[in-house]
Design a binder for this molecule. Sequence first.
Ligand SMILES: Nc1ncnc2c1ncn2[C@@H]1O[C@H](COP(=O)(O)OP(=O)(O)OP(=O)(O)O)[C@@H](O)[C@H]1O
Ligand SMILES: [Mg+2]
Length: 183
Amino acid sequence: MEPILSIKNLVMDFRIGHSSSNIMRAMNDVSFELHQGQALAIVGESGSGKSTGARILTRIYKETAGNIQFKGKPLAEYVTENGELEYARQVQMIFQDPFSSLNPVHNIYHHLSRPLLIHKRVAKRDVREKVYELLELVGLSPAVETAEKFPHELSGGQRQRVAIARALAVDPEVILADELSPC
Ligand SMILES: Nc1ncnc2c1ncn2[C@@H]1O[C@H](COP(=O)(O)OP(=O)(O)OP(=O)(O)O)[C@@H](O)[C@H]1O
Ligand SMILES: [Mg+2]
């Protein structure tokens, strides 16, 4: 069966400072495949390029070299029009540090309703109910109360659950969990 994600010979160089000759290679010739229903763990020491790989897959970084295919098509084919938005929905990331991926000026309701509205996952009138459902799903009850809170009013584990709920909100095909701690 065709893999959902296929990564071949991925290379990522970061430029250090302003000189184009000063380069740090964060990933060197990385290849792997992810199949439907599979959980794949990538293990490596600190600084070995795990988060960088996840960031490339969510298109935060553009790889220096290599080939990435999602459902048999090169990522470049998802870049046009709505394709990019559709790829962004299907491949969700839970960031290593949930504090930095939540906006301190917005409450939890905002964080969970936004992806639902952007990706049009539910009718507008059903958004509130869906947000509560997601909060219950990740164990953040009472949902009505949690929804009104701001990120700093939650514990680290609770913030991570919000990040999980946000990834689940759009019904993704792939979830990239960057160092999820048991919470
Ligand atoms: N935006 C960036 N600019 C320059 N260098 C970077 C950037 N992001 C990461 N790096 C470097 O790339 C290397 C890989 O970093 P990465 O965050 O992918 O490691 P990691 O395997 O996730 O580590 P950890 O287990 O500590 O989370 C590190 O040496 C890091 O300093
Ligand atoms: Mg990391």
